[in-house]
Every structure is written in C-alpha cells, then in structure tokens.
Ligand binder design. Structure first.
Ligand code: PMP
Length: 431
C-alpha cells in the first residue's frame, strides 16, 4: 500500500489539474489501484465487486489474463505502424467482426473511441446519400465530437450551443405514463411526419438499440422493425449505435438482434477492447464504396488494439458470454423486480435485458429522486459494490457488470441493496 499516495491527495491533484467540470458519482470516491475479473481494489486493499464495468467496457473482466497475455505479447512483438503497411491483427479482426455481425455488414473501419466511430458512421451516411440531415431519439447519447453531440438528445451532454442544426429529434419510444406500444406508436407517428416533410434531406437515423445513458430504455419488440420500414421508404439509412449494447451484454452478440433488424451501419467500441481503446463502424460492401476519399486513422487498427479485440472475441465465444449474460440477467432482473415489490415507494421501474439493467428510483421531486440515487450509490460503494447511474433525471441505478460475474455476486449485491433500500424506506422525510 505504501506504493500509492492516499485518495485525498489524488482527489486534490484532480481538483487542481483536471478541468473543473470533471465529475464523479461519489462524495467519497475510492481510488482504484488494481482489478481482477469482477473485482477492483482500492489503495488500502478494500475489495469492490464491479457492477458497472466502466459503463459496459470490461465485459470479460478486469485484467483478464486470457486477454492481457495477448495484449502484452503483441506489445512486445510490434506495437504500431501506419495503415500504409500490412499487419495481420487488424485484417484478422475485420474478418472476425464480419463473422459476428448480422446480415451483409462486411466492411469495417477502425478508430479509437465510440464518439469517433459514430462520427465516421454519420459522415459515411452523408457521403452515401448525398444528404445532410439526421434524425435522432430524445435522450440518446452518441458522443462528444461536434456531429455526435449534435445528434445526442440528452440535455446534460449537449455542451456546445452551436451544434449542427440539421438534426431532428423525435420522441423516444418510452413515456412514463404510456405503455411501450403506445409510446412506440407516438414515436413512429412523429418519425413518419418528419420523413413526409423532409425525408429527402435526411441521410440517416441514429439509434441506440437500448438507450444506456437515457436510462436503460428498451422499446416495444416491433418498434425498430417499423422504423426500418419507414426509413427505407425514404432512402434514409439506419445507424445502430451498439457502443454500449454490443458484444453480448444484452444476451445477444448485438442488441439489434432482439428485434430482428439489421442496421445499415453499426458502430462499436467499449467492450470490444475490454479496456484497451478500439472502436469501429461497419457497413455493407455497397455503402462502404461511398467513403471514396482518402481516410485513415493514426491509431485505428493498431496491432495492439486489434490483437486485444481478437482475444476478446475469442473469450466471448469460448465462454459463451452472451448466453451467460441472458441467464444471469434474468436472475438479476428478477431480484430487482422483487425489491421493487418490497419497496414500491423507492423503486418505480426496472428496465432492460441481459446484464444491461436499470432500476429507476422515485422521490417527491426530481431533485429528491436524484439525491436518493446518490445516497444509494454511496452506501453500496461503502458496502463494496460499484453501481452506475444514468437517466434523464440521473435517478436510475445502472447494473452493467462484467459478463463473467457469478450468481453468488448477484445474490450478494441484491442482499446488500435490500438492506440499503430498507434504511432509505424507513428514513423520515421525503424519499
Ligand atoms: N454512444 C454510446 C451509446 C455511449 O454510451 C457512449 C459513451 N458512453 C458513446 C457513444 C461515446 O463513446 P466514447 O466515450 O468512447 O467516445
């Protein structure tokens, strides 16, 4: 432990040298110094079970030796070149992605982050259609670059007031007071109106198959199929942002598979590298032809990231992680639903599928719901469980553990959450 400076000193440096906007969930944020599969450790050796996985990133577990051994071997063999030369890991990875991607998605362009993958997907859609506009869903999140922030609906992530104006937002297929079917109809009617009015100016619609930061929003089963039919009528492409949902998390390799819909372009990041930066956008032979000007990324497809991603895909296949996520997700969701029944004044909704689940907390006001969420997160962290939060009102507990989590971890976490909620339930004052 002497190797590490204390958490208060790390916090002080952070406050002194990071941009002041840098935020974290906790009043008392732990300093994490080590990770091993579903566990992380602070500088004092305290163990935390990770139910957030760095927002769906570490799907195969922290520092999983089956993956890091191949990252290290590649680091020692050949670290970086440019795409001017031939290297095998990147082409092998593109081939493997073609195998796991649905439909005719055969071409992959490698970049380094989710934002960059979506930026590339949006550019590709413009080049392919010759049109400028985009349609996006309210409360979606697609990135921090200018164009990806322009299609981001969540107000808290729209920092720039000079965003691209050629973006139309339609209601998301989830409304607090409506059934999923009614909310889907409302959203589809709005989409149809936009397409009638200006479909010929729209290049693509970008969607998350399940909205992550929007609060684990999973539409009615038929919604995206109907979206695709409408878009095709107007020659508008569908971009599936699978950055948070991809690679097994929701119980399928890609979440669009739940709806039987194949998008024209799919963007991927996060879990593909299990913590090493690697991202990509994939499309069909035909659409790929439209990216007909020189385009290259310095680090996109570098051997270290590509070798890591290959190890990740092997591990997901060998350990059958999508199936595992589906099974364990059912157990976790059943547990959350049971807690909702026991604490109906605290948990208003449980949403999501596989190991991408959310529990929305309620309060007398939006502020109080957000404060309650923070208290629950803080208490869970003190008890050794890291959980995420998201949602428009920042009042949704987010459960996105590594897919290698065990039943015992889930049961243990649910037990502790039960006692934390019981404390809150009997606390005087507004919930
Ligand atoms: N799309 C989705 C659905 C995301 O969840 C995120 C990140 N939370 C992004 C895009 C942006 O990815 P990155 O931070 O790697 O740029």
């Amino acid at each position: 432990t002497e190797l590490f400076i204390g958490r208060t000193q790390v916090e002080a440096k952070r406050q002194q040298y990071f941009y002041p906007c840098t935020q974290h969930f906790y009043r008392n944020s732990p300093q994490l110094v080590r990770g091993s599969m579903q566990y992380v450790y602070d500088e004092l050796g305290k163990e935390y079970t990770d139910f957030f996985a760095g927002v769906s990133v570490v799907a195969c577990g922290h520092c999983n030796p089956a993956i890091t051994s191949r990252t290290i071997a590649q680091l020692q063999q050949l670290q970086h070149t440019t795409t001017v030369y031939l290297t095998q890991p990147a082409v092998d990875l593109a081939e493997r992605l073609e195998e796991v991607l649905p439909g005719d998605l055969r071409r992959t362009f490698f970049v380094n982050s989710g934002s960059e993958a979506n930026e590339g997907a949006l550019l590709l859609a413009r080049m392919h259609t010759g049109r400028k506009g985009f349609i996006a869903l309210e409360s979606g999140l697609h990135g921090r670059t200018n164009l990806t922030m322009s299609v981001t609906g969540l107000p808290m992530w729209r920092t720039d007031k000079y965003l691209d104006k050629d973006v139309v937002f339609i209601p998301r297929p989830y409304q607090e007071d409506l059934s999923l079917e009614e909310a889907a109809s409302l959203s589809l009617e709005s989409l149809e109106r936009v397409l009638e009015e200006k479909g010929h100016t729209i290049a693509a619609m970008i969607v998350e198959p399940i909205q992550g930061n929007g609060g684990m929003i999973m539409p009615a089963p038929d919604y995206f199929r109907q979206v695709k039919v409408l878009l095709e009528r107007y020659g508008v492409l569908l971009i599936a942002d699978e950055i948070q949902t991809g690679f097994g998390r929701t119980g399928r390799m890609f979440a669009m598979e739940h709806y039987g819909v194949t998008a024209d372009i799919v963007s991927m990041a996060k879990a593909l590298g299990n913590g090493v930066p690697v991202a990509a956008f994939a499309t069909t032979d035909e659409i790929a032809l439209s990216l007909n000007r020189p385009s290259a990324s310095t680090f996109g497809g570098n051997p270290v990231s590509a070798a890591t991603a290959l190890a990740v895909l092997d591990y997901i296949r060998d350990q059958q992680l999508p199936e595992r996520a589906a099974q364990l997700g059912e157990r976790l969701k059943a547990g959350l639903l049971e807690l909702q029944q026991r604490y109906p004044a605290v948990i208003s909704h449980v949403r999501g599928t596989g190991l991408m689940l959310g529990a929305e907390l309620s309060g007398a006001s939006a502020d109080q719901a957000a404060q309650l969420t923070d208290r629950v997160l803080e208490a869970m962290k003190d008890h050794g469980y890291l959980i995420g939060k998201n949602g428009i009102g920042r009042n949704v507990l987010a459960f996105q553990p590594p897919l290698i989590i065990t039943e015992a971890d889930i049961d243990g976490m649910l037990g502790v959450l039960d006692s934390v909620l019981a404390e809150e339930d009997k606390t005087d004052g507004p919930l």
